[in-house]
Design a protein around this ligand. Structure first.
Ligand SMILES: NC(=O)c1ccc[n+]([C@@H]2O[C@H](COP(=O)([O-])OP(=O)(O)OC[C@H]3O[C@@H](n4cnc5c(N)ncnc54)[C@H](OP(=O)(O)O)[C@@H]3O)[C@@H](O)[C@H]2O)c1
Length: 329
C-alpha cells in the first residue's frame, strides 16, 4: 500500500521527490536516462511523472531506467492531460526554433505553452480516456502497478460517476495503488468536498499548499515549485524590503543575494514544513546531487527557519493588502 500520514518519514532526505517534467524535452534520451541514474544514485526513491511530460517521452525514460529497481521506488503518474501527438514534428520544430529560445525567451515560453496545449489537450477524464491512459502508463513505465495516480489539473465538474468507477476499478484490480489530485488549491478543495474518501494524496504549489493546507491529516500533501517560485519571491523588491527593516534578518538577506544559496535555503525551508514530499527538478546532475546534500545536512536549518518565518509574514501581509483593496473596491 502507498504511504499514509502515519507512515510518512521524518527523515528529510526521504521526503524529497524527483520531478520528471524536464526529461526528454530539454534533454536527449541519453542525458535524461543519465539524470535519472544520478537521482537514484543520490538517494531519490520517489519519482513524479505524467504522460504529457517531456513531450510524452518522460514516462518511457523513467520506465527504461528504473525497471531493475522497481520495488525500491515509488512511481507517481497522472491522467487527464493527453500523451502528446506529433512528437517527432514537435521536436524538429523545437530544434529549428532554438535561436528564439536564446534571443527571445518570452516569445519562446509563450509559443511553447501554446504548442503544449495544442498537442496535449487537458480535461481528458472520460472513462475510456482514463482506461487508455492507465494502460499506456503501465506499458511505458514497465510496471504492473502505479503507486499513485493523480488527476492532472482536474476541475470537479470534469468528473463523472462513470470516470470515478473506472478509477476505483483500477485500484481494485491492482493497476493503481492510490488515487490523488494534482491540480490547483481551489479545485483540490472543491473536489475533496464533492468526492470525500477517494483521494489519498494531493499535490500543489508549495507556496499555496505548505502555507495554507492543514498538515498531518489525510490526504497526504506533496508540494512542487518550492525553488522555481521561491526564487521569484526572494528576488521581489517587497520581500527584500521586508527583510531590510528587521535587523535580525541581516544574515538571511545577505545569503539570499546569492542565487545558489537562495535555492539551497528555499529547499531546506520547504523540507521543514510538515509536507509528505517536496518535489524538485533540474536538468543538471550537479543540482540533483546538491538537492540531496541539502536534505541530508543540518547546516541550513537556522537560516531556513528564518526564511520560513519571513515568507509566512510576507504572504500574510500580501493577503491582507489584497483583501483590504478588494473590500474597498
Ligand atoms: N499539476 C502538477 O501535479 C504539477 C505541477 C507542476 C509541477 N509538478 C511536478 O513538480 C516537479 C517540480 O516542479 P518544478 O520543476 O517547478 O520544481 P522546482 O524544483 O521548484 O524548480 C525547478 C526549476 O528550478 C531551477 N533550479 C533548480 N535548482 C536551482 C538552483 N540552484 N539555482 C537556480 N535554478 C534552479 C531548475 O532549473 P535547471 O533545470 O536549470 O536546474 C528548474 O527550472 C515537476 O517536475 C513535476 O514533476 C507537478
Amino acid at each position: 500500500m502507498p504511504e499514509t500520514p502515519e507512515t510518512v518519514d521524518t527523515d528529510a532526505s526521504h521526503r524529497l521527490g524527483f520531478g520528471c517534467s524536464n526529461l526528454g524535452s530539454d534533454l536527449s534520451y541519453r542525458a535524461s536516462c543519465s539524470l535519472i541514474e544520478t537521482a537514484f544514485d543520490a538517494g531519490f526513491r520517489y519519482f513524479d511523472v505524467a504522460p504529457s511530460y517531456g513531450h510524452g517521452q518522460a514516462e518511457r525514460i523513467l520506465g527504461d531506467v528504473l525497471q531493475g529497481v522497481r520495488d525500491e521506488v515509488t512511481l507517481v503518474t497522472k491522467v487527464g492531460i493527453a500523451h502528446p501527438r506529433r512528437v517527432n514534428a514537435l521536436l524538429a520544430l523545437k530544434r529549428a526554433a532554438a535561436p528564439i529560445k536564446r534571443l527571445l525567451p518570452g516569445l519562446w515560453s509563450h509559443g511553447a505553452q501554446q504548442t503544449r496545449r495544442a498537442t496535449a489537450p487537458g480535461g481528458q477524464f472520460g472513462a475510456k480516456d482514463i482506461t487508455a491512459s492507465i494502460e499506456m502508463s503501465l506499458t511505458r513505465l514497465r510496471t504492473a502497478s502505479i503507486d499513485w495516480l493523480l488527476l492532472h489539473e482536474v476541475r470537479p465538474n470534469e468528473l463523472t460517476a462513470e470516470s470515478l468507477l473506472v478509477l476505483q476499478q483500477a485500484v481494485a484490480i491492482g493497476h493503481v495503488r492510490g488515487l490523488g489530485l494534482g491540480t490547483s488549491v481551489h479545485d483540490t478543495q472543491t473536489t475533496l468536498v464533492q468526492y470525500p474518501g477517494i483521494f489519498g494524496l494531493v499535490q500543489m504549489n508549495h507556496f499555496w499548499g505548505a502555507f495554507s493546507w492543514h498538515p498531518g491529516e489525510t490526504p497526504l500533501l506533496v508540494t512542487h515549485r518550492a525553488i522555481r517560485d521561491g526564487m521569484a519571491i526572494v528576488n521581489e523588491e517587497g520581500f527584500r524590503h521586508s527583510l531590510e527593516v528587521q535587523p535580525a534578518y541581516a544574515i538571511l538577506l545577505d545569503a539570499i543575494k546569492s542565487n545558489v544559496i537562495a535555492a539551497d535555503l528555499l529547499l531546506a525551508a520547504a523540507l521543514q514544513r510538515r509536507v509528505a514530499r517536496v518535489l524538485v527538478g533540474s536538468s543538471r546532475p550537479d543540482r540533483v546531487r546538491q538537492f540531496m546534500h541539502v536534505a541530508r545536512s543540518d547546516s541550513w536549518s537556522s537560516l531556513a527557519a528564518q526564511l520560513n518565518s519571513a515568507l509566512e509574514s510576507y504572504r500574510k501581509a500580501i493577503t491582507e493588502r489584497h483583501e483590504t483593496a478588494f473590500e474597498k473596491a
